[in-house]
Ligand binder design. Structure first.
Ligand SMILES: Nc1ncnc2c1ncn2[C@@H]1O[C@H](COP(=O)(O)OP(=O)(O)OP(=O)(O)O)[C@@H](O)[C@H]1O
Ligand SMILES: [Mg+2]
Length: 180
């Protein structure tokens, strides 16, 4: 995939398919360590050990519509091409954590991409799920979650087009600020 944000959008679909109610998305950019870590954690149905072992194999999928599942294998291939790796930790009934590590300065590392658009489309599409977003860039952090946003909205729907438009601008501004 051309952008890490698109991988995140894709990996979160797995969490949603696993019935997650809470999804944590963490991005850590550390220039001194030259590392980019992307972590997606959910409280969905989880996987047993054998499923975890097979999950990064393109010929393993529990989807019924086709015989290959490419989300995790593609992310793994991308991370490994950038001197990084993919780790999957999961517990049946508890949830799953996917962690992808990249060498930040690697020539083949995909750009992060549009995290504001990614987060807003996730929020728009899953009104019953809570998202916890944390983006760290060296010592700066932008954290945001739907529990607090909903409280501030005081009954107004988070999926209201005007709210989504406002959220998009808010995310864009906060993401920009991280790099200044
Ligand atoms: N967060 C998760 N919770 C529970 N099971 C998961 C999770 N992520 C992946 N899996 C399991 O691993 C399989 C492989 O995931 P992967 O994203 O690689 O492919 P897919 O979702 O099946 O297909 P695609 O991503 O190409 O639409 C899934 O079918 C599912 O069984
Ligand atoms: Mg998938």
């Amino acid at each position: 995939m051309r952008e890490i944000a698109l991988h995140i959008l894709d990996i979160v679909q797995n969490s949603l398919a696993a019935g997650a109610r809470n999804i944590w998305i963490d991005i850590l950019e550390d220039t001194p360590k030259d590392r980019l870590v992307v972590r997606i954690k959910d409280d969905g149905r989880g996987m047993d050990e054998e499923t975890v072992r097979k999950a990064a194999d393109p010929f393993y999928t529990t989807r019924k519509t086709r015989k290959v599942g490419l989300g995790l294998p593609l992310l793994q291939a991308n991370a490994q091409a950038c001197e990084g790796d993919l780790k999957i930790a999961s517990m049946p009934g508890k949830g799953t954590t996917i962690e992808a590590v990249f060498r930040l300065s690697h020539i083949d590392r995909p750009p992060l991409g549009d995290m504001a658009a990614t987060m807003v489309s996730l929020l728009a599409g899953s009104p019953d799920v809570d998202f916890f977003y944390d983006h760290q860039y060296n010592e700066k952090v932008f954290s945001c979650n739907t529990v607090e946003i909903r409280e501030k909205l005081d009954g107004l729907s988070l999926q209201h087009p005007e709210v989504l438009g406002w959220l998009r601008e808010y995310f864009e501004e906060k993401e920009r600020e991280l790099r200044n």
